[in-house]
Design a protein around this ligand. Sequence first.
Ligand code: FAD
Length: 169
Amino acid sequence: MDDRIFRNTMGKFSTGVTVITTKVGEDVHGMTANAFMSVSLDPKLISISVDNQANMLKKIKESGKFAVNILAAEQQDISMHFAGQKKRDSEVEFENINNVPIVRDSLATIVCDIHDSYRVGDHTLFIGKVFEIDLRDGSPLTFYQGKYGNYREVEKKKLTIYRLVTVDQ
Ligand code: FAD
């Protein structure tokens, strides 16, 4: 099967956008990723998929911890920066939770220890055991068919309710 057809098909699945962050010693590293999912409620587990060629792979393995920062609609520049698409003019500011760097002003941040990892084809799946969550109000950055977008609620249409009335004659 052609790679392009596979990519185009996967692009039909609209997602949010995250930046994965980790720290080895004093060296902070970030990478944009949309291959993220919730795995289990009890225990609380999530998963991310990291390209075996990405610098992030070695960093996460060395650190044993990572954070998934779910980006807000206003953070497209952050996504592009950590995907190596377009550098930001200003420095990216990080905060810390339990010595794990997190991206400031994200919609939500999920901080994890590595629970398991599986090399699968040209990527590695990391299963993260969640130990801290940081949550904010706001609207998410989205990604669909290779393009960034925003989430908008579908307007609720007024429902006309018809009742079947039986009339005695
Ligand atoms: P590098 O290429 O080394 O770094 C990425 C960029 O982040 C560089 O510009 C670097 O300067 C900057 N950076 C890193 N750390 C810091 C820091 N501390 N301070 C300031 N800048 C820093 N790839 C996947 O493997 N899995 C996915 O799920 C995935 N999803 C993606 C979704 C989208 C929407 C996009 C656009 C890309 C996605 N990618 C994904 C591709 C991935 O983001 C890029 O290939 C990325 O460049 C690879 O990361 P790397 O670890 O090799 O980082």
